[in-house]
Ligand binder design. Structure first.
Ligand code: 7TS
Length: 416
């Protein structure tokens, strides 16, 4: 075998794995090999304990009462907001609206910004590698406003094809909505350049950060994006944690989204006025425990260092791509780990991805098979589905080896 196995220099995976209780379990009699972190990451005990600690010792509604528990709940919730702001380089915690994740954040912008600002004939520019949650909300907004959707196409190697950028991104474009990292191809689009080009024609930019924020150091101030969506559950946090970053002047101008308690300033019989940002967008009782535990996830990632998180991913992805190619897997997406993340879509020989995932499950290996909520990607490359392995801080080169060895078993089962 030509591959040299280098140990990850960036992260101490043995120490990290000891923090993740679920990694101790077995699947049948096989140790769990979890290669589906693009769908959701596993949680370290620090995050599980932070959520339990809130319920056990501080539980009260935030921003409601003036008794001790309510004040503790409020200050823990706001501390989590400040942590998330700092983690992505946001200038001010008020630029972070807590949401249940990327899908809700994108819909918030589609309702509170797009429906107010877009007119017939305005254009929204998307890419063919977007997750459905960065397509469907814009289709609905376009339907309601008369705006038109355009798409940046893909190259055969899974990159954005920017050769027609000049005719697709024009003065008619009001919004460019682009993923920071593709969940099915792994691609890291050149968002810095795209943001600059969009601003040059007066368009705003929403970066889908669902995959980017967990894996790559992000600084929204330096990027100068207008909106960034964040899913906490993909970055070691609980499900239903996450947020939306938006420039403050946009949040001020945007319409309210959900109406209800706490998002108002004053309520009259026929109208209401809105609370200050970000509370204007946080109606009703929020996901308090989850956002507080997301704060613990951020502490965990910061202790590892996001540069190290990224370096580990580059190393492991490079190794996995090399090994998968060596055994004849067809990779969808770029082959250079320096321009991509760790979600690797592939076909192995002629084994259907669903059959492959079923056989790998018998070996204790969890991968995802399907269209990964990116049907435009599947259509572009002429496949109904792909198998996808994806990595995070706890994955090791031994787990990549286990994946590759299990492929040989699938081959034997199917007599290929
Ligand atoms: N955008 C991207 C790029 C994603 O990968 C996902 C989830 C979303 C948006 C939606 O995030 P949510 O937290 O609101 O669900 N991606 C996947 C996946 O690849 N497999 O399961 C969910």
């Amino acid at each position: 075998m030509s591959v040299t196995r280098e140990r990850s220099g960036a992260l101490d995976t043995a120490r990290i794995r000891a923090d993740f209780p679920v990694l101790e379990r077995t699947v049948g009699d096989k140790p769990l090999v979890y290669l589906d972190s693009a769908a959701t990451s596993q949680k370290p005990r620090q995050v599980i304990e932070a959520e339990a600690d809130f319920y056990a010792h501080h539980n009260a509604n935030a921003h409601r009462g003036i008794y001790l528990l309510a004040e503790e709940a409020t200050s823990m919730y706001e501390e989590a907001r400040a942590k998330l702001a700092r983690f992505i380089g946001a200038p001010d915690p008020a630029t972070i609206v807590f949401t249940r994740g990327t899908t809700e954040s994108t819909n918030l912008v589609a309702y509170a910004w797009a429906r107010r600002e877009l007119r017939e004939g305005d254009e929204i520019l998307l890419t063919e590698m977007e997750h459905h949650s960065n397509i469907v909300p814009w289709q609905l907004a376009a339907r309601d406003t008369g705006a038109v959707l355009r798409y940046l196409p893909l190259t055969d190697d899974g990159l954005l094809d920017l050769s027609d950028l000049g005719s697709l991104l024009t003065e008619r474009t009001k919004l460019l909505a682009v993923t920071g990292m593709s969940n099915s191809l792994g691609t890291l689009p050149p968002i810095r350049e795209l943001i600059r080009a969009a601003h040059a024609v007066g368009a705003l930019v929403l970066v889908d950060g669902a995959q980017l924020v967990p894996h790559v150091p992000v600084d929204v101030t330096e990027l100068d994006c207008d909106f960034l969506t964040i899913s906490g559950h993909k970055m070691l946090g609980p499900t239903a944690s996450g947020g939306l970053y938006a420039k403050r002047e946009l949040l001020e101008r945007m319409d309210a989204f959900l109406g209800g308690g706490h998002m108002i300033d004053e309520v009259f019989h026929d109208r209401s006025t809105w609370n200050a940002v970000p509370y204007k967008f946080e109606a009703g009782t929020m996901n308090i425990a989850q956002e507080i535990a997301l704060g613990a996830a951020i502490d965990y990632l910061e202790a590892l260092g996001m540069d190290n998180v990224r370096a580990h991913e580059v190393e492991l992805t490079g190794y996995a791509l090399e090994r998968l190619r060596e055994v004849g897997a067809r990779i969808f997406g770029p082959l250079d780990p320096s321009i991509r993340g760790g979600a690797i879509s592939f076909w192995y020989k002629d084994v259907h991805p669903h059959d492959l995932a079923t056989i790998l499950n018998e070996e204790g290996i969890a991968i995802r098979a399907g269209h990964h909520c990116t049907q435009l990607v599947m259509r572009r490359y002429g496949v109904p589905a792909t198998a996808r392995a994806s990595f995070y801080v706890y994955n090791t080169s031994e787990e990549v080896d286990a994946l590759v060895e299990a492929l040989a078993k699938a081959e034997a089962v199917f007599g290929l």
